[in-house]
Design a protein around this ligand. Structure first.
Ligand code: TMP
Length: 254
C-alpha cells in the first residue's frame, strides 16, 4: 500500500494529500471526544456512519447550489474534498435552546428561541473555543466583512435546508455547527461549507419524544452513540433494515 502524506490530524478526522492538486482525502475516525478532549472513547462504526451522513447532506447542499468542499465519497471511511483555507471560526446556528446557550443565559433546554441565532466561536483548543463577536472576527482579520456576510448567508441556507430535511423524518434540528473555508480557483475565491455535517456537529431530537440522536448521547452518557447515529441514517434512508430477521441489523445502502 502506498503511503499517503498526512496533512492534519484532528480529534475525529484525518486529512491526507489527495490524488490531484487542490484535493484532499478526509478520513473519518471512530474517536469520540467531549469536554475539549478530556472525555475520549472509540465508538465502533461512528466514522463509517458520519462519512455516509455527511456525504448525504453535502451532496444535497451541492445540488441546491450551496457551495461545499465535498466532491465524492471514496470508501466506507473516506471522502474526496477540495482543498480550502479553513477560516478559524466555528459557526453555530441555534433554533432551540440547549447546550452552552442554556448554561450561559439560563434558558431552559428545549425553549424555542425567538428566531434562529448565529454565534461564532474562535477555533482554539488551548482557549476552549471561546465565544466571539463579529467585531473580533473583522478586527483580528480572521475574515473580512464581505466574507462574514457570505458565511452568515451560508449558515442561514444550511439551517433552512437541514431544518426541512430533518423535520421530514421526524427529527427536530436544535442547533448545529459548520466550518467555512476559502476555495481558490485561479484568481477567484469563494467561501464554501467545509468539514462535516453529522450527528457529531448537530443537536438532533426525535420530534415526538425529544429523545437525543446526536453526540449529547456520548457527552451525557445516555446510551449507545452508534445506535443513535444509525437511527438518524435509517430515517434519512441511508441505511435500510435487512429483510432477513436473522441478520445482525441494518445494512448500508450502496
Ligand atoms: P454548544 O451548545 O456546546 O455551544 O454547541 C452548539 C452546537 O455546536 C452543537 O450542535 C454541537 C456543535 N459543536 C461542535 O460541533 N463542535 C464543538 O466543538 C462545539 C463546542 C459544538
Amino acid at each position: 500500500m502506498t503511503r499517503r502524506r498526512k496533512i492534519y490530524e484532528g480529534k475525529a478526522k484525518t486529512l491526507y494529500e489527495g490524488p490531484e492538486p487542490g484535493t484532499l482525502i478526509q478520513h473519518f475516525k471512530d474517536d469520540a471526544t467531549a469536554q475539549n478532549g478530556k472525555k475520549h472513547e472509540i465508538i465502533d462504526g461512528k466514522g463509517v456512519l458520519n462519512n455516509r451522513i455527511s456525504e448525504f447532506v453535502f451532496n444535497k447542499l451541492n445540488n441546491l447550489g450551496v457551495p461545499t468542499h465535498f466532491l465524492r465519497r471514496l470508501n466506507m471511511r473516506e471522502q474526496l474534498i477540495k482543498e480550502v483555507e479553513i477560516i478559524p471560526i466555528e459557526v453555530v446556528v441555534r433554533n432551540i435552546a440547549a447546550g452552552s446557550i442554556s448554561k450561559r443565559l439560563g434558558l431552559e433546554q428545549g425553549t424555542r428561541l425567538p428566531r434562529s441565532i448565529i454565534e461564532f466561536y474562535y477555533k482554539d483548543d488551548a482557549l476552549g473555543d471561546p465565544l466571539i463577536s463579529e467585531e473580533h472576527i473583522t478586527a483580528f482579520g480572521w475574515a473580512t466583512p464581505q466574507e462574514l456576510d457570505d458565511i452568515m448567508s451560508l449558515a442561514v441556507r444550511v439551517n433552512d435546508f437541514l431544518s426541512g430535511l430533518f423535520a421530514g423524518v421526524g427529527i427536530q434540528l436544535v442547533d448545529f455547527k459548520i466550518e467555512c473555508g476559502r476555495q481558490f480557483e485561479g484568481d477567484l475565491m469563494r467561501i464554501v461549507v467545509a468539514d462535516e455535517i453529522s450527528p457529531d456537529t448537530c443537536r438532533l431530537w426525535d420530534a415526538k419524544t425529544r429523545k437525543k440522536l446526536d453526540k449529547d448521547v456520548f457527552r451525557e452518557d445516555l446510551g449507545d452513540l452508534a445506535d443513535a447515529y444509525r437511527e438518524v441514517a435509517q430515517r434519512l434512508g441511508i441505511l435500510v433494515e435487512t429483510e432477513n430477521a436473522l441478520s445482525t441489523g441494518p445494512r448500508l445502502v450502496e
